[in-house]
Design a protein around this ligand. Structure first.
Ligand code: ATP
Ligand code: MG
Length: 308
C-alpha cells in the first residue's frame, strides 16, 4: 500500500463569520502530484496554508509523515512552500535572494546548493540582474527554487501558473514533472482543471470551502472520455451481444440498466439494429462528450457558464 504522507481530517478554518474551509478530509500518498482545483475564493490558499503550517486550523487534524501535528511542529519544516507572493527583494539578484533565505535557515554549503537549485529550475546561476527585472515565469521558478532550499519532502505550490504566458506555463509544468520523477510529492492548486490535468495524478475539487470530490486522473479522463450511454432493461443479457456481434470490448456496466461504451468504432444505429434484431428494448442511446472544464463546472454547480 502506498504511504500517506499528508492526511487531513475534518480540517476547518473559520475567519470570524467567514468559513473558508470546512471539514476537509483527504490523504496524499508519497510520490503523488495532488491537484487542488477550485474557483476564486473556494478556499485553496487557506487549505494549503494550514497544511504548510502558516495558519492554525480552527478545527480538525493534520497528519504529516504519519504523525499528528499541532502548532509549530518540526514536521512542517519538511514542506517547501510557494503560496501567494514569494516576496523577494526586488533589487537583489536571484542568487542573493536565495542566499538570504539559506542564511536564515542556517544552511551550510550554500553556494553549491543554490547553484544546483538555480540550474534545476532553469535559471542562469551567474545572472546578476535584479529580480525586479525578471519575467513572471522566472520569478515563479525562483519561487520554486526558494521552496526547495530546505530540501523538503513535499512541495506545496499555490497556483504556480497564474498569470503566466503559454511558454511560462510549459516551463513550470516541465519543472513540476521533473521534480516529481526525482521523487518529490507535490500538492498544487489551480482554478484551471485542464492545466492541472497535464501534471496531477489525483484531484480534489474544492467549492465554497468544501471538498466535493476526490478523483484520480484515470477516473477523471474516463468521465470526460467520449462514450455512448446505453439504457436498457437488462445489461447482463445485452453484454454478450455487444461483445460477440459488434466486437465491443471497452465498456463499463454502471447498473444493470446503464452501460457506458467507450469503443468508438461502432455507430449508434448499429447498436440499435443488433439489439432490435435480438428483441431487446433500448430505452435511450446517447453520445456523450464533455471537456474537463465542463466537468468541473458541472460539479461546482455552474454548468453552462463559460470559463476564462
Ligand atoms: N485572513 C483572512 N481573513 C478573513 N477571510 C479570509 C482570510 N483569508 C481568506 N479569507 C476568505 O476565505 C475564503 C477562501 O479564501 P482563499 O484565499 O483560501 O481562496 P482561494 O481558493 O485561494 O481563492 P483565489 O483563487 O482567489 O486565490 C474567501 O472567502 C476569503 O475571502
Ligand atoms: Mg488563493
Amino acid at each position: 500500500m502506498s504511504e500517506a504522507i499528508i492526511e487531513v481530517n475534518q480540517l476547518t478554518k473559520q475567519f470570524k463569520s467567514n468559513r473558508a474551509v470546512y471539514n476537509a478530509d483527504f490523504k496524499i500518498s508519497k510520490g503523488e502530484i495532488f491537484g487542488l482545483i477550485g474557483k476564486n475564493g473556494a478556499g485553496k490558499s487557506t487549505l494549503l496554508k494550514m497544511i504548510g503550517g502558516l495558519i492554525h486550523p480552527s478545527k480538525g487534524e493534520i497528519h504529516l509523515f504519519d504523525h499528528t501535528v499541532k502548532g509549530n511542529h518540526t514536521y512542517f519544516e519538511r514542506m517547501g512552500l510557494l503560496i501567494e507572493n514569494p516576496g523577494f527583494f526586488p533589487n537583489y539578484s536571484a542568487y542573493k535572494n536565495l542566499e538570504l533565505i539559506a542564511i536564515s535557515y542556517g544552511l551550510k554549503n550554500r553556494k553549491k546548493h543554490i547553484f544546483e537549485l538555480l540550474e534545476l529550475v532553469g535559471l542562469d546561476k551567474l545572472n546578476k540582474s535584479k529580480v525586479k527585472n525578471y519575467s513572471m515565469g522566472m520569478k515563479q521558478r525562483l519561487g520554486i527554487a526558494a521552496a526547495l532550499l530546505g530540501s523538503p519532502d513535499v512541495l506545496i505550490l499555490d497556483e504556480p501558473i497564474n498569470g503566466l504566458d503559454p511558454q511560462g506555463i510549459s516551463e513550470i509544468r516541465k519543472l513540476i514533472l521533473k521534480l516529481n520523477i526525482a521523487g518529490m510529492t507535490i500538492l498544487i492548486s489551480s482554478h484551471i482543471l485542464e492545466e492541472l490535468s497535464k501534471v496531477a495524478t489525483k484531484y480534489a475539487i474544492i467549492h465554497e470551502g468544501e471538498i466535493l470530490e476526490i478523483i484520480s486522473t484515470e477516473e477523471l479522463l474516463l468521465q470526460c472520455e467520449e462514450r455512448v450511454e446505453l439504457e436498457v432493461d437488462e445489461a447482463n443479457i445485452i453484454i454478450p451481444l455487444l461483445e460477440n456481434d459488434l466486437n465491443i470490448n471497452n465498456y463499463k456496466v454502471l447498473t444493470n440498466q446503464m452501460i457506458h461504451i467507450y469503443d468508438t468504432h461502432v455507430e449508434n444505429k448499429q447498436i440499435i439494429n443488433v439489439l432490435v434484431e435480438n428483441k431487446m428494448a433500448v430505452h435511450s442511446i446517447t453520445k456523450y462528450k464533455q471537456s474537463l472544464e465542463q466537468y468541473f463546472l458541472q460539479r461546482t454547480g455552474r454548468e453552462g457558464e463559460s470559463f476564462d
